[in-house]
Design a binder for this molecule. Structure first.
Ligand code: GUN
Ligand code: ZN
Length: 430
């Protein structure tokens, strides 16, 4: 049994729905009691110390302990091409992404990148992610195998594409169904692993493939389904050409059984009013990828407006369309985009999106995304003065939110003092 002490942040409610003071519990001298990979209690450090004198105390001083970050949309297979210059979505896919994803035909390469990706993200405080893999089942095996060895909660799926992709990156409607089904049987619900049925997006899946995957989802309704929606205007025009019968982009998914409450729709920037209505009605989740949306030049997602509609919203790096592995950097980008849409997000809302919001989108908020008794002990410990620039600003802070905000805006992996996964410290700095 371990008692971690520091400043602690937990959520009682959604800070988009209720005032921050009601939504959050911030303790200056808090404690998190951990046993067997779970959080047993969160309270004042002294109270926990007195009640559990046998617990090993790990003191993090004035560092902030909160739930580990949940990155709700990534492509781990794009780790090695992150920050590729100068192109927009379709050309970026063809020039940088597809050639890199083709390398995952080699299971050894897939294993190497899976380990590298999980090392990098742990160093950045991310404890769970929902990842697209490549069309190769071995790319899913590689990520799940590595995550399982680390005791990590990971959502992943084989990316399916049977049109508008290079020869060596195309499956078929039948093989996408068969391979995904076999991967579900092998991995879904095993330890902390969850399968997401993963059609890349409408332009790269034929109607037959979309229908096959919609059918597979109906057979496995407890699986998640992840895809892309309305990221760039050129992409939307392409979908309109491919599907003149559809009412809009979302309709191409709905017509094939790919719209539902356990659906995760990445980007979703340029939505029609009808699409917003349908997403609201069905309880589907939108995933905001702010560094990607500026890096690839996609547009501005209005988080506050989607939350006001009651739409489940998660936050994500979109590695490697996004330009960072860091959920801190991603919160900064979400703040900046909020400014451009006239709705600046509060620090409490940003951290909520990166933890509870994303966990809720993944339907895993009973398990991860908060410091609360019974939750998995997946934590990040943030040094709120990790660089001279942050430290000098933080020294002027008049309250804890002002002390946290500079780290959200200017922090990176240097701010991550420790990351705990499944009750064990996996990265740690003095
Ligand atoms: N749309 C379809 N595939 C991708 C991808 O790999 N990255 C991003 N950002 N958008 C996509
Ligand atoms: Zn993506």
């Amino acid at each position: 049994m371990q008692l971690l002490t520091g400043q602690t942040l937990s959520f009682r409610d959604d800070p988009f729905a209720v005032p921050f003071a009601e939504a959050c519990t911030l303790r200056r001298q808090g404690g998190v009691l951990i046993e067997d990979g779970r959080i047993r209690a969160v309270d004042e450090a002294e109270t926990l110390r007195a009640a559990h004198p046998q617990a090993e105390v790990i003191s993090y001083g004035a560092d902030l302990i909160c739930a580990g970050f949940v990155d709700a949309h990534v492509h781990y297979s794009q780790t090695a091409i992150i920050a590729s210059w100068g192109l927009r979505l379709i050309d970026w896919l063809n020039t940088y992404t597809f050639p890199e994803e083709a390398r995952f035909g080699d299971p050894g390469y897939a294993a190497e990148i899976a380990a590298r990706y999980l090392d990098l993200t742990a160093a950045h405080g991310t404890t769970t992610m929902a990842s697209f893999c490549t069309i190769h089942p071995a790319s899913v095996e590689a990520l799940f195998t590595e995550a399982q060895a680390r005791g990590q909660c990971v959502v992943a799926g084989k990316t399916c594409m049977d049109r508008n992709a290079p020869d060596d990156l195309r499956d078929s409607a039948q093989s996408a169904y068969d391979d995904s089904k076999a991967l579900i049987a092998r991995w879904h619900g095993r330890d902390r692993l969850h399968y997401a049925i993963t059609p890349r997006f409408t332009p790269t899946s034929s109607p037959d493939q979309l229908a096959a995957l919609g059918g597979l989802w109906a057979e496995h309704p407890d699986c998640l389904m992840q895809t892309h929606l309305s990221e760039q205007t050129d992409e939307i025009a392409w979908v309109r050409d491919l599907h003149p019968e559809a009412r809009d982009y979302l309709d191409t998914y709905e017509a094939h059984g790919l719209l539902g409450a356990r659906g995760l729709y990445g980007h979703a920037i340029h939505l029609e009013p009808r699409e917003i209505d349908r997403l609201t009605e069905t309880g589907a989740a939108l995933i905001h990828c702010p560094t990607s949306n500026t890096f690839i030049g996609s547009g501005l997602f209005n988080t506050a407006a989607m939350k006001a509609r009651g739409i489940s919203t998660g936050l994500a790096t979109d590695t490697g369309g996004g330009s960072s592995f860091s959920m801190l950097r991603t919160m900064a980008a979400a703040y900046e985009i909020g400014q451009l849409t006239g709705t600046p997000l509060h620090a409490a809302q940003l951290i909520w999106l990166a933890t509870q919001g994303s966990a809720g989108a993944l339907h895993l908020d009973h398990e991860i995304g908060n410091l609360a008794p019974g939750m998995a002990a997946d934590l990040v410990v943030l040094d709120l003065a990790s660089t001279p620039a942050i430290a000098q600003r933080q020294a002027e802070a008049r309250n804890l939110w002002e002390a946290v905000f500079p780290t959200l805006m200017m922090g990176d992996d240097r701010a991550v003092r420790a990351t705990w996964i499944n009750g064990r410290p996996v990265t740690s700095k003095p």
